[in-house]
Design a protein around this ligand. Structure first.
Ligand code: SF4
Ligand code: SF4
Length: 111
């Protein structure tokens, strides 16, 4: 790094030791959890009123060894106002909003 350049923002993040390594940006998402551990996405921003820090809806799935989005899996567990009957509908919206299961759009890097 050029000494004239500002160092990139750095954070200490805690991730499960069994979580997969983050893939390159643009590669398929592998559920490493890094992006959601670093900062909340617009869904968390809007519905969980979370402005910074690790998203509280980030869930570790021990069975698959991957991080999953709780707002996708069980949104009614996080949104007290959401009826259980509407949970599936909301979950489908979240899947589209966060583009779940697509390419990794995180520029974060591990050091
Ligand atoms: S989008 Fe990228 S950083 Fe976020 S969980 Fe998927 S692979 Fe990891
Ligand atoms: S709402 Fe889901 S996708 Fe968004 S930051 Fe939280 S865990 Fe990640």
């Amino acid at each position: 790094m050029n000494p004239q350049q500002e160092p990139p923002d750095r954070q200490i993040l805690w991730l499960h030791s069994a979580a997969p390594a983050k893939p390159k940006t643009g590669a398929p998402c592998n559920g490493c959890g890094l992006c959601c551990a670093a900062e909340p996405c617009p869904v968390a921003f809007l519905f969980l009123w979370q402005r910074k820090g690790r998203c509280r809806a980030l869930e570790w799935d021990a069975e698959t060894g991957l991080y999953r989005c709780g707002m996708l899996l069980q949104p009614d567990a996080y949104l007290f106002w959401l009826p259980q009957t509407a949970s599936g509908w909301f979950s489908r919206r979240v899947r589209r909003w966060i583009a779940a299961g697509t390419a990794c759009d995180s520029e974060a890097e591990l050091f």
